[in-house]
Design a protein around this ligand. Structure first.
Ligand code: CA
Length: 422
């Protein structure tokens, strides 16, 4: 019996192993030479049968999953929670640096395919180069983890099994389609591959051929990686000829409670006193776009009117700091001067501080959502409501000062107006 038939026999054998009296047939995991704890072996046997039933060619499965074992680093990384939350200001000082701006400007001039990519998908080349810079340092750091091993580990661990299995199926399809050889599927432990760090499913849906050789090579071809990012952004709703955000200057007495609030055109915001920091006029397209006010470091830092394209970048990576870094790098590649208002220097908040702030907001009658140390929209809105009650700028920004004030207000005696007059 050759190996191929042996595996088919083994898979069929799994179904009747409970009742069979004969010695148990080797399982797929045994035939593949897999190793690991029982949870991994059980998962692999089940997945092999599932992938085979779904039509994955046996040759692809056998070579892709040969000698597989779980990667202990993935478990460690998947459960790691940083003790300190890095402030946006600190992240941006690191991400938008002179060296990166210099390289980005060079790349902008050195890749002739960018002209066509920009015309076809309508995404400015500077945005694409900024994503490239953020994702892999212009293709240099693509991540050396074995994507199939990482996804198999994540699937076997079970916390995100459905997601990891569907990404693993997509990776197998990339191999079956002949888009890349097994050894090419390298990237980050969370499954992102290539110069623009795409998940296997994103590769299948959105990878594009930017250099015209008929292949979609996001690992080895910068034009392919950039075209793929452009195609993905276009599918996610990138609006041609519109900007991503503009810095604005807010007047004294401005209602900071409007941040992350109404979505209005720049003219409406001008009525509230928000003026472009560079003094330039809005383009016709931007003037008609609905904008949201963002205060990434609170009232102490720069303010932005975020156009719809900002939120398209957030679909690539849903972190405000990431989207700001991409936009600000893109502006810098195009020659824009630094921000008018500098980023403040901030103290990173510990998990204990973040939890204490959430607990305090809940005790004071505001609803920050679950006390999990993640300062999301719910916590920021609760903070804004409390800040309003204290007549301090309602920017919804949890600074070290706000944590101290929240802690103090828990300890403070009732304010005079709530006491019964004596
Ligand atoms: Ca190509």
């Amino acid at each position: 019996m050759d190996r191929r038939h042996f595996l088919a026999f083994a898979v069929a054998g799994l179904a009747r192993s409970a009742t069979a009296q004969a010695p148990a047939a080797p399982t797929p995991a045994e035939l593949l030479g897999a190793s690991g704890e029982p949870y991994f072996i059980d998962w692999l046997n089940g997945f092999y049968a599932h992938a085979l039933a779904a039509g994955t060619p046996r040759t692809v499965l056998d070579s892709a999953l040969s000698a597989l074992s779980p990667d202990p680093r993935v478990l460690a990384l998947d459960t790691k929670q940083p003790e300190f939350a890095r402030p946006v200001s600190d992240y941006l000082r690191g991400a938008v640096n002179d060296e990166r701006i210099r390289i980005g400007r060079e790349k902008r001039a050195a890749i002739p395919e960018l002209e066509t990519i920009e015309q076809v998908w309508g995404v400015p080349r500077e945005i694409l180069i900024a994503i490239w810079a953020m994702e892999s340092k212009f293709g240099v750091q693509q991540g050396g983890m074995d994507i199939i091993r990482c996804l198999a580990t994540l699937a076997a661990l079970g916390r995100r099994r459905t997601w990891a299995e569907s990404e693993l199926m997509a990776a197998l399809k990339i191999l079956a389609d002949g888009d890349a050889p097994r050894e090419r599927l390298k990237g980050s432990w969370a499954g992102a591959m290539g110069q623009t760090q795409m998940l296997p499913s994103t590769y299948l849906s959105s990878a594009a051929d930017g250099d015209g050789d008929g292949k979609r090579d996001i690992w080895g071809s910068a034009p392919d990686a950039l075209a793929s990012a452009a195609n993905l952004l276009a599918k996610d709703g990138w609006r041609r000829d519109e900007d991503w955000a503009r810095e604005v200057i807010l007047p004294a007495g401005f209602d900071y409670g409007l941040s992350e609030g109404p979505s209005e055109v720049p003219y409406w915001w001008a009525g509230k006193g928000a003026q472009r920091a560079d003094g330039a006029a809005w383009s016709e397209a931007d003037a008609a776009a609905k904008c949201i006010l963002l205060l990434p470091s609170g009232a102490a830092g720069p303010a932005f009117l975020a156009l719809p394209n900002h939120f398209v970048i957030r679909r690539y990576n849903n972190a405000l700091a990431y989207a700001l870094a991409v936009g600000l790098l893109a502006d810098a590649f195009a020659g824009a001067p630094p921000l008018v208002r500098a980023w403040p220097h901030e103290t990173p908040l510990s998990l204990d501080d973040r939890l204490a702030a959430q607990t305090a907001l809940a005790s004071l009658g505001y609803n920050p959502g679950q006390a999990d140390g993640v300062i999301g929209l719910g916590t920021r809105q609760a903070l804004r409501a409390w800040q309003k009650s204290q007549a301090i700028p309602a920017d919804g920004y949890l600074s070290a000062d706000m944590v101290a004030r929240l802690k103090a207000s828990l300890r403070a005696p009732p304010t005079p107006q709530t006491l019964t007059p004596s």
